[in-house]
Design a protein around this ligand. Structure first.
Ligand code: B1M
Length: 210
C-alpha cells in the first residue's frame, strides 16, 4: 500500500495519531503538501461522505474521520502556505441568532474544510452583523445552520441585511439544518441548500464553480 493510501485509510477509519504520523512521514519523504492534501485527505473525506450517503457510516464515524482529517490538516497547513496552495474559497459558517445547536454545523464545517475550503467558524447564536463583517473581510460563501423552526426566519433576515448592505452580489449563501428544506431555501432567496454535511461540501464546490 502506498503512503498516500495509508493516509487515506487512517482518515477513513478515524485513526488521528496514525493519520498525523503518516502525513509527517510523507512530508519527510518529500511528497508535496498539495499531493498529501488532495490525494490523501480530501479524497478520504470524499469517500467518508459517500459512505455516509450510502448508509455505511453514521454521524459518529463521520465525526471521528473529520477529526482525524483536521489533525492531519493542521500539520499540513504551514507547508501548504509555503507551497502557495490556494484554498477553493473562504466559507464563513455559523448557527443563526437564537439557536445554540452546533453539532451539525461543526460537521458541515469539517467536511467543507476537508473538501479544500478555508473555514471561518462563527459559532452559534450568530448575529446578522457578524455575517456582514465576515463578508466584508472576503468570505466567498456564507453558510447558515438552523435547528429550530423558530430560528429559521433569521436566515431570511440575514439575507435581507446582506442585501441592504449591498453585499448580496459578492457572496454565495447556503442554508441547512434539520428543519430547513430546498423549498424554504428557494423562498428566502438562498443560493444553495444541502440536507447533510457531505452534500453541503459538494454543493459548496458546485456553487463556487470547482
Ligand atoms: Co435541541 N431541539 N433544543 N438541543 N436538539 C432539537 C432540534 C428538536 C428537534 C428536539 C425535539 O423536540 N425533537 C427541537 C426543535 C423543534 C423545532 O424547532 N421544531 C429542539 C428544541 C425544542 C430545543 C430547545 C428549545 C429545548 C428547550 O430548551 N426547551 C433548546 C433550544 C436552545 C437554543 O438553541 N436556543 C434545545 C437545546 C438543545 C441542547 C443544547 C440540549 C442540544 C444542542 C447541543 C449542541 O448542539 N451543542 C440539543 C440537541 C442535541 C438536539 C437534538 C436532540 C440533536 C441535534 C443534533 O445535534 N443532531 C435535536 C433533535 C434531532 O435533531 N433529532 C434537537 C445531530 C446533527 C449531526 O444533525 O444538526 O441536523 P443536524 O445537522 C445535520 C443536517 O441538518 C445538516 O448536516 C448535518 C450533518 O449531516 N446541516 C446542514 C446542519 N447545518 C447545515 C448547514 C448547511 C447544510 C447542511 O449549509 C449551510
Amino acid at each position: 500500500m502506498s503512503l498516500i493510501e495509508e493516509i487515506r485509510q487512517a482518515v477513513i477509519v478515524g485513526d488521528a495519531p496514525d493519520a498525523k504520523a503518516k502525513v509527517e512521514q510523507a512530508l519527510n519523504d518529500n511528497l508535496t503538501a498539495d499531493t498529501v492534501l488532495r490525494e490523501g485527505l480530501i479524497d478520504a473525506m470524499r469517500e467518508v461522505g459517500q459512505l455516509f450517503e450510502e448508509g455505511d457510516f453514521f454521524v459518529p464515524e463521520m465525526l471521528i474521520a473529520a477529526r482525524a482529517m483536521k489533525g492531519a490538516l493542521d500539520l499540513l497547513k504551514p507547508h501548504l502556505v509555503e507551497e502557495g496552495v490556494e484554498p477553493l474559497g473562504k466559507v464563513a459558517i455559523g448557527t443563526v441568532k437564537g439557536d445554540l445547536h452546533d453539532i451539525g454545523k461543526s460537521l458541515v464545517a469539517m467536511m467543507m474544510e476537508g473538501a479544500g475550503f478555508e473555514l471561518v467558524d462563527l459559532g452559534v447564536d450568530v448575529s446578522p452583523d457578524k455575517f456582514i463583517s465576515v463578508i466584508q473581510d472576503g468570505a466567498d460563501i456564507v453558510a447558515m445552520s438552523a435547528l429550530l423552526t423558530t430560528t429559521m426566519p433569521n436566515m431570511k433576515l440575514i439575507i435581507e441585511e446582506i442585501e441592504a448592505a449591498g453585499l448580496r452580489e459578492q457572496v454565495v449563501v447556503m442554508v441547512g439544518g434539520a428543519p430547513v428544506t430546498q423549498a424554504f431555501a428557494d423562498q428566502i432567496g438562498a443560493d444553495g441548500y444541502a440536507a447533510d454535511a457531505s452534500s453541503a461540501a459538494r454543493k459548496a464546490q458546485e456553487l463556487i464553480g470547482r
